[in-house]
Design a protein around this ligand. Structure first.
Ligand SMILES: Cc1cc2nc3c(=O)[nH]c(=O)nc-3n(C[C@H](O)[C@H](O)[C@H](O)COP(=O)(O)O)c2cc1C
Length: 380
């Protein structure tokens, strides 16, 4: 049962279907035997499956799944664990206190995996200047082959990265910014919907509209980001024309993630309603965990406070304490709405296998059956 199974079901004659963009360039391939299971109930698969898309081919990875850059979370252990599953692990440059420390962290990733991985360079306006060029040059000098840029227009970094043969994934939140990124030469756009953790942008477009709207405007491959956590999401993203998914919150809640167990358990217990938006008044909107501290920031914003008053409450160093010490009120911490779909703390390998298995079963069983039933009765 090879690629065709995804589009034609199991054994029946091929039916004509609307062609997804680039076939969503997807092919579902089973390499040995898998028992059926219900999505979301855990995987009892015995076969290894692959979903191949433009992204897997371009980045040299096995599964069209990317772990988004995560401040304080995207360290070597998680990056390597994700890459070892055949997905793309992403090390977060600015989690390291200096470019030299990033150099060492990249070496640590390499000591744990020989698979492709990326480094995230988040170029946000900061109160304290960050030596972005120096971080970028360490990435280049270390021989990293994939970079995820985010937070701002990456134009200043594109020529140097391209000259080094690096593939650039740029993450943004509107089709307009995605088009601009394509024009300045990035290879892939990762489009982050309103559901996502962290910087949501200011236009609040949810993925269901944002993903196809972006795909329609671009020629380069698009990765869908924000709200993805299982095989249903992967299939939905492919149906919307994306070539893969990017996940932050879901990978934060895995065994290898360097986040305190209290926070992982909070994510499991929280619902999709347990996030909120802060910093809208500063046009730096961020989706974070709904905590008493986050509510106090919203109250300050409503009262017209400026960065001088809000800044200390949202300081990154406090957020770091949350992840390291497990006190959810020690600082602001980032999490997405998808936490409402997260019910366990699997290893990265279990998670990626499960997502791909769920996607395969969804396509080959539920979707094939539904499309089969839609044939006109005179044809049967
Ligand atoms: C704890 C955490 C920290 C994050 N930090 C960053 C960051 O430093 N840079 C960045 O580009 N994105 C960051 N993100 C966003 C993720 O890369 C990704 O775009 C987002 O999590 C996707 O939404 P999801 O959480 O619904 O999967 C962060 C996300 C989380 C959960």
């Amino acid at each position: 049962m090879l690629a065709a199974a995804a589009l034609h079901g199991n054994g029946g004659p091929p039916r004509s279907r609307p062609r997804l963009r680039g076939e969503a360039a997807a092919a579902f391939r089973l390499e040995s035997g898998c028992r059926p299971f219900r999505p979301g109930t855990g995987c009892r698969h015995q076969r290894s499956l692959t979903v191949q898309t433009a992204i897997t081919r371009l980045l040299g990875i096995e599964h069209p799944i990317v772990q988004g850059g995560m401040q304080w979370v995207g360290r070597a252990e998680l990056t390597a664990a994700v890459s070892n599953t055949g997905a793309l692990g992403v090390l977060t440059a600015l989690t390291q206190p200096s470019p030299e420390a990033l150099h060492d962290e990249i070496r640590r990733v390499r000591s744990m995996t020989d698979r492709p991985f990326a480094v995230n360079l988040t170029i946000l306006p900061t109160l304290k200047p960050v030596p972005y060029e120096a971080y970028r040059d360490v990435i280049i000098d270390s021989g990293v082959k994939i970079v995820e840029t985010a937070g701002n227009n990456p134009a200043a970094h594109v020529p140097a990265l391209k000259a080094a043969g690096i593939k650039i994934i740029h993450k943004c939140t509107t089709p307009r910014h995605a088009l601009k990124a394509e024009q300045i030469g990035v290879d892939v756009v990762s489009i982050d919907g309103f559901e996502c953790a962290g910087h949501i942008g200011e236009e609040d477009i949810p993925g269901l509209v944002l993903i196809p709207a972006t795909v329609a405007r671009l020629r380069i491959p698009v990765i869908a980001s924000g709200g993805f956590g299982d095989g249903r999401g992967l299939v939905a993203a492919l149906a919307l024309g994306a070539e893969g998914i990017n996940m932050g919150t879901r990978f934060m809640c895995t065994r290898e993630s360097p986040v305190h167990d209290n926070i992982k358990r909070a994510i499991v217990n929280n619902t999709e309603a347990d996030t909120c938006l802060i910093l809208r008044s500063l046009r730096n909107s961020s989706r974070v965990a709904r905590t008493a501290l986050a509510q106090s920031v919203i109250d300050m914003e409503k009262a017209g406070a400026g960065i001088d008053r809000i800044g200390p409450a949202v300081a990154g160093a406090k957020g770091r304490r949350v992840y390291e010490e497990g006190d959810a009120e020690a600082g602001i911490w980032t999490v997405g709405m998808v936490q409402g779909l997260i019910h366990d703390i699997p290893t990265c390998a279990e998670l990626v296998r499960r997502i791909v298995s769920e996607a395969e079963v969804l396509v080959n069983e539920r979707l094939s059956r539904l499309v089969g039933l839609s044939q006109p009765s005179s044809d049967r």
